[in-house]
Design a protein around this ligand. Structure first.
Ligand code: 13P
Length: 287
């Protein structure tokens, strides 16, 4: 059964480790992440962006697939199904569809509007036992070939949003989605420290987990980060393993064209990457 992410992240924050949110793209991805979590006895959060939601034929399809896998694969570790960077409308769609967690990304609204919409969604999510993440400050990333550096969150605004009753809070601290550019200045631990001072027990979320050096991850966990999102890194290892399979001519040998064989190296690569991240995050055997 899917669970809200509130409890697992409270435990993570108190225990000084972080739970990984791994974004899913299809059946193979989902299976790889769930198996890695079960094999390593770790809680896990499956992240679904709106784009991935559309690609996988909508939220109800995803809920059906994930619930089916939990049962058929005998997954007993805590698993949350979470909408990543949801708009106001899509948060409601996921609440209806049976997600166990949502993120409302109101960071592009003026703070007053972000606050009003977050408040309303907190009530709607909690009425169904669903956890909710909010975002303050923007997380950078590549758009049309230009890498935006994002904008560090204002700790006072973080406190204001945390007080609305959200279960965990994403704050921009110089983190970026996708690969980090060579001139990246690193995470702003000063900002993170100030946010944690004001928000206390609130589990903090670090987006853009791909490419952040391990020692920065460890330092961020020490300053209150309890959830780390990883997407691009799994895509990169999946693509690399699949490319190797084709380049070595394996798809031309025997039944190597069978998708169950063709996609297997990519699935194994995702599993290995997820395990590696769980080790760094400290979530192994924390189920
Ligand atoms: P990366 O793709 O950089 O790992 O970021 C993932 C993320 O933050 C999803 O919200």
């Amino acid at each position: 059964m899917l669970v809200s992410a509130a409890e697992m992240l409270k435990k993570a924050k108190a225990g000084h480790y972080a739970v990984g949110q791994f974004n899913i793209n299809n059946l193979e991805w989902t299976k790889a992440v769930l198996q890695a979590a079960q094999e390593n006895n770790s809680p896990v959060i499956l992240g679904v962006s709106e784009g991935a939601g559309k690609y996988m034929c909508g939220y109800t399809t995803i809920v059906g697939m994930v619930n089916g896998m939990l049962k058929e694969l005998n997954i007993t570790v805590p698993v949350a199904l979470h909408l990543d960077h949801g708009s106001y409308e899509h948060c409601y769609k996921c609440i209806e569809a049976g997600f166990s967690s949502i993120m409302f990304d109101g960071s592009h609204y003026p703070i007053e509007e972000n606050v009003a919409k977050t408040k309303e969604l907190v009530a709607a999510a909690h009425a169904k036992g669903i956890s909710i993440e909010a975002e303050v400050g923007s997380i950078g990333g590549e758009e049309d070939g230009v890498v935006g550096m994002g904008e560090c969150a204002d700790p006072k605004e973080c406190k204001e949003v945390a007080d609305l009753g959200v279960d965990f809070l994403a704050a921009g601290i110089g983190n970026i989605h996708g690969k980090y550019p060579a001139n990246w200045k690193g995470l702003s631990f000063e900002t993170l420290d100030a946010i944690q001072q004001l928000t206390g027990d609130m589990p903090l979320v670090l987006h853009g987990g791909t490419g952040i050096p391990d020692e920065m991850i460890t330092k961020a966990i020490g300053l209150g980060v309890a959830k780390i999102n990883v997407n691009t890194e799994c895509q990169l290892v999946f693509a690399e393993a699949t490319r190797k399979y084709v380049e070595s001519g394996k798809d031309l040998e025997g039944k190597g064209f069978d998708p169950r064989k063709f996609l297997a190296p990519g699935v194994e690569a995702i599993k290995a990457k997820v395990k590696e991240k769980m080790e760094i995050f400290g979530s192994i055997n924390k189920a």
